[in-house]
Design a protein around this ligand. Structure first.
Ligand code: NAD
Length: 373
C-alpha cells in the first residue's frame, strides 16, 4: 500500500513508531507526506523516512492536490483535536484514511465522520495499538470460546507518570501544547481512557452500559484533569472497574487488564506483553507464553517474527494491526465487505467517545450515567 503521513514527523511522539511498524511486514511504502508544521522538522523527517524531497509538502492542501491519485491511503498522526478537519480533507480528496486514536476530540465529530464514511462507502480505520498484541487477541479468543466462563468482573487500568514526574533538570513536566488543554473530553482521557475503553470492549466483545466516575486534578500540569476512576456495568451485567491517570510515579505505561470469569481469571500487562497469568478453579496459577499448548492465537505464524524466547513488543503490536488494516484496505479496494474482528471502524470509535463523555458527565454530576449509543 502506498501511503502518506499527515503529522508523524520525527519531532512527534508517535511518528517513528508508525514508520517502524508499517515497514516490518513490507505491506506499506511511505512515499510522501506533510510531516510537521515546523518546516525544518518536516524536511528532516522526509529525509529520515527516505521520502524524495519533491514529495514532502508544506501543507495538507498541496499534499492532497498533488498526491490524491497516487496513494492507497493517508495516515493521520496529527494532534487529536485536528483529526476531524484533516480526515474530512482526506475524504474530500477521495482517499482512504488510517487515523491514530482518539478519532476525534468529541463523539459528535466522530459520529459525523462515521456517517460520512457509511454514506459515501469510504474507508476509515483507527489504530488502537494495544489490540495488536497477540496476547490481547488470545484473551479475546479465550473469552469468546467460553474458557473463562461467565465474565464476573473486569479491571482495566492505564496509570502513567508524565504529568507529575520531574524533568531531567528537576523542573515541572511540560507536555505538547495541545495536551495542556482539556477539551469536551479531557486530554488525559482522549490519550489513555480511549485505549482503556477500547481494550475492554475489544476483549469482552461486550459494550459498557453505565458508569459512575471520579475525575481529579492532582499533577503538575496547569489545572488539567489527570486522574480518572470509574466503576460500571457491561450490557451483559459484568462489573467493571477502570482507571487511567498521568500522576502515578513509577508507572511508565502501566496498561494492564484482569478478567475474572466463573471458570478462570486471566491477567495481562503491557510492559510484559508476551505472558498471560491464568488461574483456574483448581487453584493452579499458570504463566502462559506463546509456546504453551493453551495458546492458539499468539502462536500463529504471523506473530512469530522470531521464535519464542525472543520478546516482541509495542512496535510489533502496531505492525500486527497494520497487517490487518492492509488486509481490510485490499478487501475494500476489491469491493468486499469488511468483517475483520481486529480492526476499528469510525462507528466503533465514535461509540467509545460516547462512553468517555458519559464518564465525565458522571464525574461532573456525581451520578450514574447510562451510555447513549
Ligand atoms: N496509539 C498510541 O499508543 C499513541 C501514542 C501517542 C500518541 N498517539 C496519538 O497520535 C496522535 C499524535 O500524537 P503525538 O503525541 O505524536 O503528537 P505530537 O504533538 O508529538 O506530534 C504531532 C505531529 O503532528 C505535526 N502537525 C501538527 N499539525 C499539523 C498539520 N496541520 N499538518 C501536518 N503536521 C502537523 C506536528 O508538527 C508533529 O510532528 C494523537 O492523536 C495521539 O492521541 C497514540
Amino acid at each position: 500500500m502506498k501511503v502518506g503521513f499527515i503529522g508523524g514527523g520525527t519531532d512527534s511522539a508517535i511518528g517513528r513508531a508508525h514508520f517502524s511498524a508499517i515497514n516490518i511486514d513490507r505491506k506499506y511504502s511511505l512515499d510522501t507526506g506533510v510531516f510537521s508544521i515546523d518546516s525544518l522538522a518536516n524536511r528532516g523527517s522526509g529525509e529520515f523516512y527516505g521520502v524524495s524531497k519533491e514529495r514532502v509538502y508544506d501543507d495538507i492542501e498541496s499534499f492532497l492536490a498533488s498526491e490524491c491519485n497516487q496513494l492507497d491511503a493517508v495516515i493521520v498522526l496529527t494532534p487529536t483535536p485536528l483529526h476531524f478537519e484533516h480526515i474530512n480533507q482526506i475524504l474530500d480528496a477521495q482517499l482512504p484514511v488510517i487515523s491514530e486514536k482518539a478519532l476525534c476530540a468529541n463523539s459528535n465529530d466522530a459520529a459525523a465522520l462515521a456517517d460520512r464514511v457509511a454514506r459515501e462507502k469510504r474507508f476509515l480505520s483507527v489504530t488502537f495499538t494495544y489490540t495488536g498484541y497477540p496476547m490481547v487477541r488470545e484473551i479475546k479468543r479465550m473469552v469468546g470460546d467460553g474458557i473463562l466462563g461467565e465474565l464476573l468482573a473486569c479491571q482495566v487500568e492505564m496509570p502513567q507518570e508524565s504529568f507529575i514526574r520531574a524533568t531531567a533538570s528537576g523542573g515541572k513536566p511540560v507536555p505538547q501544547e495541545w495536551r495542556q488543554l482539556d477539551y469536551e473530553i479531557p486530554s488525559v482521557t482522549l490519550d489513555l481512557g480511549s485505549h482503556v475503553v477500547n481494550l475492554l470492549e475489544f476483549i469482552t466483545g461486550d459494550q459498557i452500559a453505565r458508569v459512575s466516575a471520579l475525575a481529579h486534578h492532582s499533577g503538575e500540569v496547569s489545572t488539567l484533569i489527570d486522574n480518572v476512576l470509574a466503576i460500571g456495568e457491561m450490557k451483559r451485567g459484568t462489573a467493571i472497574s477502570l482507571q487511567w491517570n498521568k500522576v502515578s510515579l513509577g508507572k511508565r505505561n502501566g496498561l494492564a487488564c484482569t478478567i475474572h470469569g466463573s471458570k478462570a481469571s486471566i491477567s495481562w500487562e503491557q510492559e510484559n506483553p508476551e505472558y498471560l497469568r491464568f488461574s483456574g478453579k483448581d487453584g493452579a496459577v499458570q504463566i502462559l507464553d506463546r509456546s504453551h499448548s493453551m495458546i492458539t492465537i499468539a502462536s500463529q505464524g504471523r506473530y512469530q517474527r522470531f521464535k519464542v524466547g525472543h520478546p516482541a513488543g509495542y512496535i510489533e503490536a502496531f505492525a500486527n494491526l497494520y497487517q490487518d488494516i492492509a488486509t481490510d484496505l485490499q478487501s475494500f479496494k476489491s469491493g468486499e465487505t469488511l468483517n475483520n474482528p481486529y480492526t476499528h471502524s469510525a462507528t466503533n470509535s465514535a461509540d467509545g467517545l460516547r462512553v468517555l463523555e458519559a464518564l465525565h458527565e458522571s464525574a461532573a454530576t456525581r451520578s450514574w450515567v447510562e451510555i447513549r449509543r
